[in-house]
Design a protein around this ligand. Sequence first.
Ligand code: NAP
Length: 306
Amino acid sequence: MSIALVIPDRKLDQLQQKLQQQLPDVTIEIWPQITDPTAVRMAVLWRQPPGCLAEMSNLQALQSFGAGVDNVLVDTTLPDLPLARIVDPMLTHSMLQYLQGVVQHYQLRLDEFGAQQRKQIWKARSPRQLKHICVLGLGELGQAAASHFAGLGFTVSGWSASPKTLAGVHCFAGDAAFSAAVNEADLVICLLPLTAQTENLLDQQRLTLLKPGVILVNVARGAIVDDLALLQNLDSGHIAAACLDVFRTEPLPTEHPFWQHPAILLTPHISAVTNADTAVAQIAENYRRSLAGLPLLNLVCQQRGY
Ligand code: NAP
């Protein structure tokens, strides 16, 4: 019996070794070098090429190598098997550190001082008043972010699909409540999964509902934001600044206007990366569970898309 690592364009030797240490009796192979596809019981997936699982006729479980599953579910040939994702306190910690840094960056006006420096302008300014933060998506990462900023004394609102109760956070749910969730926020953080419902969710109509002068932070997926609508709102000043860690196409194409826009701070999808050590422990546990007929940890609903 074996596990297939189907994560193209990545060096996987270390992941393979670490997983082998956790599961010494299991064959761990890196796709496309799979000795016997019929022996594969679990496939670990990230941006897998469609059809690559076709010969693995005895697969029992699928494991995303990340917290998101959009780039796994985009494969229409994916077998209808239990799919799990990584939920990792280390990843959450790294996301909180990133968001904390971003909020401080804008509070201290480092964006504006950077622009002044490039023009050799010496002009002191008091910190930006960022009092209200809205978090779109109140899942593993969104709840952690909302609670973190509420704990620091910010007014925090949060928005999710189903109603939530979270200490110190004004929770809103469903499309009709979007406006109420965002309209007072000085800074909006997007932590939604990319699904059929959330693709282009932040379009012209919804961006207009944000408070004038708002700062938008997207650490979820690029395709949730309509690029053109964002650029128009930045140019008009309705959105004061945007911090983007994720993009519709990654790496961001060289000709994309985001690269040069003075109001955009751009990072190359680094806000929270999967930690190999914690990930292998979860993959190994899910492999054991799958063989024992137990439900996988951190299961995803394939129909819902997250
Ligand atoms: P999660 O636990 O699945 O939570 C998703 C949240 O979004 C839930 O609260 C859900 O509402 C809400 N939601 C989903 N569809 C919605 C809709 N149509 N309207 C309103 N709310 C909706 O996800 P997570 O672990 O927090 O991660 C969120 C996303 O962050 C991931 O999907 C991934 O794309 C991204 N991510 C990015 C990085 C990075 O490095 N930049 C790293 C990790 C993850 P309910 O609770 O009501 O279902």
